[in-house]
Design a protein around this ligand. Structure first.
Ligand SMILES: O=C(CO)COP(=O)(O)O
Length: 251
């Protein structure tokens, strides 16, 4: 299929992976990507912070990109346990996920905090992947599109372009549940996201919009073919090299 936007398949490993497993997974992905020789899509792995440096070294030369799962808004300072975007960049990352719903829920991250983190990513030379998505209660109340719009307006900084920012639509109720929206529902959400981004930035057509939430090898082709979907943000299925590669192949 002719695409105007370069697909991005991103794996979010979440809080999974000790060194041996993480390195084996990274090598498996790197070998598969090298063998496939893709020049028409990006494959990104986002390991826990403890593995960013080792994974970046393990995938060097394969074309696989590396990202962080989160960053702090500040470049340094008295923030015990936090990780600056500059530190991720220093370890070989080129992307960072910000505003994942697990962090919004677990750590109370607001749209304003997410926006500050996206700006921090730019400061460090990283591309932020800004996550948005409705809860089941919001979907059932018919509020999906308005929730996405509010999150976008609050989380996407001024100065965002298709080259410096990616948006991931992850319905909270689809994460880790095996449930997914229907293809028309995904397409409707992505069309709305693109429209809102157009209003915010004036250049919506080229933005890469990822779908995330229970993406697997078996449903990737269908989800990736939905209108305005330019890739996937994959959780559980990114922990198996073969399955993650199958998803990347479907892009
Ligand atoms: O949260 C996700 C990716 O960021 C999706 O997780 P699952 O693919 O495990 O549903």
């Amino acid at each position: 299929m002719a695409r105007t936007r370069r697909p991005l398949i991103a794996g979010n490993w979440k809080m999974n992976g000790l060194r041996a497993d993480g390195l084996a997974l990274a090598k498996g992905v790197a070998d598969g990507v090298k063998q496939a020789g893709w020049s028409d899509r990006d494959v990104l792995v986002c390991p826990p912070a403890t593995l960013v440096l080792a994974v970046a070294e393990a995938v060097k030369g394969s074309g696989v990109l590396v990202g962080g799962e989160n960053c702090h808004a500040k470049a340094n300072g008295a923030h015990t346990g936090e990780i600056a975007a500059e530190m991720l960049h220093d370890c070989g990352a080129t992307y960072v996920i910000v505003g994942h719903s697990e962090r919004r829920a677990d750590c109370g991250e607001t749209d304003a905090i997410v926006r500050a983190k996206a700006e921090a990513a730019w400061r460090a030379g990283l591309v932020p992947i800004v996550c948005i998505g409705e809860t089941l209660a919001e979907r059932e109340a018919g509020k999906t599109l308005s929730v996405l719009e509010t999150q976008l307006k609050g989380s996407v900084p001024a100065g965002s372009t298709a080259a410096n920012l990616v948006v991931a639509y992850e319905p909270v109720w689809a994460i880790g549940t095996g449930k997914t929206p229907t293809t028309p529902e995904v397409a409707a959400a992505h069309a709305h996201i693109r429209k809102v981004l157009g209003g915010l930035t004036g250049e919506a057509a080229q933005f890469r919009l990822l779908y995330g939430g229970s993406v697997k090898g078996s449903n990737a082709a269908e989800l990736l073919a939905a209108g305005d979907v330019d890739g996937a943000l994959v959780g559980g299925a990114s922990l198996k090299a073969d399955e993650f590669l199958a998803i990347a192949k479907a892009a």
